[in-house]
Design a protein around this ligand. Structure first.
Ligand SMILES: Nc1ncnc2c1ncn2[C@@H]1O[C@H](COP(=O)(O)OP(=O)(O)OP(=O)(O)O)[C@@H](O)[C@H]1O
Ligand SMILES: [Mg+2]
Length: 253
């Protein structure tokens, strides 16, 4: 069984008199350890899909199963707990809370988990270390560069040791160099921490770092490069370990 399974998923929205159906009877399997990029024209339903996979929104029909849990069946309160423990969300703009330090921003999702204060601190420190920002723990978002803020957002998304991380245009607001750094980081989190990633992007360079590239258009998926087993997807290794990035990321305990 795939880690993430969508079966017959449909989602429509009403806009005045009009009904639009961005996702129409969609099936998708994402295996554990996959790094999937998802491209497609604006308004095709990419963000909608991420919201469904992460249980922020519900489909009109169909089922979504993540690591054996049928997310579409969970009650609202169960869903909140499930999401806190199993799913990380990286946004285009990091959405950090300005009055909290980097450490406190990363700590926030762990407050929903049953952890001792020592375990909590270890998780936050490990996540900040994974994104190379241990030395910025006490900085407020305004004291960080855009790329550093995004890395704090990534640390926040992985701090609970989620099975799946979804990212909605994580490099969309970054300059080319910073975008490359974030791409390297995502690729390393996938390879070194075995985090399964589903990343929406409009940037074909960013998409090409994934092990599997999907297009969503008019309610259907197209797999770029065909058979994923063939390994012929043009998977790209970016920015071969420069300085601080070349230190191995510590495995989660
Ligand atoms: N809550 C909502 N209510 C009404 N319509 C919505 C809602 N959320 C999304 N839509 C509509 O559904 C369609 C798909 O939106 P979505 O945000 O998923 O697109 P997208 O592929 O992420 O686009 P972009 O690349 O511009 O981010 C759009 O037409 C959008 O206007
Ligand atoms: Mg979107």
């Amino acid at each position: 069984m795939a880690l993430v399974e969508l079966r017959g998923v449909s989602k429509s929205f009403r806009k005045g008199d009009e009904t639009i159906t961005p996702l129409d009877d969609i099936d998708l399997d994402i295996d554990a350890g996959d790094f999937v990029s998802l491209m497609g024209p604006s308004g095709t339903g990419k963000s909608t899909l991420l919201n469904l996979v992460s249980g922020i929104d519900r489909p009109d029909s169909g089922t979504i199963t993540v690591d054996g849990t049928e997310v579409t069946k969970l009650s609202r309160s169960k869903l909140a707990d499930w999401r806190a423990a199993n799913l990380g969300y990286i946004f285009q703009t990091h959405n950090l809370i300005p009055v909290l330090t980097a450490y406190e921003n990363v700590e926030l999702p762990t407050l929903l988990l049953k952890l001792s204060s020592t375990q909590r601190r270890q998780r936050v420190e490990l996540a900040l270390e994974a994104v190379g920002l241990s030395d910025r723990a006490d900085h407020y978002p305004r004291q960080l560069s855009g790329g550093q803020e995004q890395r704090v957002g990534i640390a926040r998304a992985i701090v609970a040791h989620p099975k799946v991380v979804v990212a909605d245009e994580p490099t969309g607001s970054l300059d080319t160099e910073t975008s490359e750094q974030v791409q390297v980081l995502l690729q390393r989190l996938n390879k070194e921490l075995d985090i399964t990633l589903l990343m929406v992007t409009h940037d074909s360079d960013a998409a090409s770092i994934a092990s599997r590239q999907l297009m969503l258009d008019r309610g259907k998926f197209l797999e770029r490069g065909g058979d994923k087993e063939s390994g012929s997807l043009g998977e790209r290794e970016v920015g071969a370990g420069s300085g601080e990035d070349s230190v191995a990321i510590k495995k989660f305990g």
